[in-house]
Design a protein around this ligand. Structure first.
Ligand SMILES: Cc1cc2nc3c(=O)[nH]c(=O)nc-3n(C[C@H](O)[C@H](O)[C@H](O)COP(=O)(O)OP(=O)(O)OC[C@H]3O[C@@H](n4cnc5c(N)ncnc54)[C@H](O)[C@@H]3O)c2cc1C
Length: 197
């Protein structure tokens, strides 16, 4: 549960010794490899002046469980590789969906109305499958709230960009929850790159 959203973010993989690799890439430009690790905040100084290409050499892979509303927005970030649970090849037999806390906060009638809508969607989905409609077609009645899973690989520069855009108050609350968790993980794995994110 993140910020009231039943979503999950797990780190699957990260470039080994990412910060060392980034600093080595940056120091190649000035032939100062002998100084790797000697200047604290070296990477932050490069980032501040816009010399950011070296942080593209490191990347991280995340497993995210969230709604299709969220993944529709997330995949707009193009400097990436994505693999998402298919609604063509996998039957969504179980009604699994993300209910925004903003609906529950409106009181029991709003929550019940939301639950009723989910129930109807999955009932009709099941009926269509039973009539022989393929999952890729029956899924047209499934809601945006439908839970999905996606594996995302981004380089560190793109992760900084996603954190900036998607933790903003203007961003969708669910993606803000996911982006804030990505930031927490990123700051742990590479503090020199993400300390100002
Ligand atoms: C608050 C908010 C509201 C939004 N509302 C809408 C909306 O109403 N409708 C809608 O369609 N989208 C909306 N978006 C999505 C937004 O327009 C972007 O598509 C999305 O945030 C991806 O970010 P990005 O374009 O910076 O690119 P990324 O794909 O993450 O790329 C990173 C950076 O690489 C560079 N780049 C990548 N591709 C190109 C390119 N082809 N040409 C030049 N530079 C490139 C840019 O500098 C870009 O910032 C919204 C996003 C936010 C955060």
């Amino acid at each position: 549960m993140i910020n009231g959203y039943d979503v999950e973010v797990k780190l699957l993989a990260v470039t080994p010794e990412a910060e060392k690799l980034i600093e080595a890439a940056g120091r190649l430009c000035w032939d100062t490899q002998d100084k790797v690790g000697t200047v604290p905040d070296r990477i932050q100084e490069w980032i501040k002046v816009g010399h950011e290409s070296m942080i593209e050499h490191a990347c991280a892979t995340f497993h995210i469980r969230a709604s299709r509303v969220l993944t529709h927005e997330l995949v707009r970030h193009r400097l990436a590789s994505y693999s998402q649970r298919s609604q063509r090849y996998v039957r969504e037999n179980e009604p699994r969906y993300i209910e925004p806390p903003e609906i529950k906060e409106r009181g029991e009638p709003a929550h019940e109305q939301f639950e009723e809508a989910m129930k109807v969607c999955w009932e009709i989905y099941g009926d269509l499958l039973a009539k022989g409609v393929k999952p890729e077609i029956a899924r047209y009645v499934l809601p945006n709230a439908c839970e999905t899973q996606i594996i995302c690989t981004w380089n560190f520069r793109e992760i900084r960009h996603i954190i900036k855009l998607r933790t903003s108050k203007r961003a969708l609350p669910e993606i803000r929850a996911v982006a804030s968790e990505i930031r927490r993980i990123a700051q742990k794995i590479a503090p020199q790159v993400f300390q100002d994110s």
